[in-house]
Design a binder for this molecule. Sequence first.
Ligand SMILES: O=C(CO)COP(=O)(O)O
Length: 250
Amino acid sequence: MRTPFIAGNWKMNLTLKESVALVEELKDLVSGVTGVEIAVCPPAVNLTRVQEVLKDTSIKVGAQNMHWEDSGAFTGELSPVMLRDIDVDYIIIGHSERRQYFNETDQIVNRKVQAAHTHGLKPIICVGESLDEREEGKTRQVVKAQVKSALAGLTKDQVADSVIAYEPIWAIGTGKSATAEEANDVIKFIRETVNQDFDGAGDAMRIQYGGSVKPHNIEDFIKQSDIDGALVGGASLKAESFAEIVKKSV
Ligand SMILES: O=C(CO)COP(=O)(O)O
């Protein structure tokens, strides 16, 4: 039985004051909610303060990006050692915005996924096709290649302890979500691919859907056979809408 997992990706939004206010409100709104794992992924500069506010709650904290090396001459980067040192739990890796604007390749994603596991961070690995790829009927081919490459070299246990977020690029921030059935088909296919490559680990790993998830559509996704939660962008920037998504996922 996989516990549903709802994570908020705040992207490059919210000042320190706004971040603290959001989590103060969120922890009250979801206190007493059980049966769902919750994480927020604020901008890196706000991680420690957000951690402090959430320290006596079960809400986890994730970062949005990191380098794969432990330390070194990589100006502007953050290392997995630093994130683990401040008790970050999750790390989003390979978001389509990083692939698109910061040239993250499948090889870079794989290095980061390996580094995350080496240091005890749980990766949320993002995969998904573009609109052109979808229209050319290449969704499965693209997603399969991204998944295989991201997980290469991991042990079965590490794979089971990873999260994949299937985020079709054309559904991100557009208000156009995939239908729940379409998303479920692709997620089921991802799970089968992982099961084949890692001896059943796909059945243990959580696979989320992401792309215009809102309070009004989360139930459609969560009731599908293979969708274990959501990676939420815009709707995670308000405590109320994020809390509503969390509550509807149980
Ligand atoms: O990219 C996303 C989460 O990582 C999805 O963003 P939206 O929910 O704003 O479409």
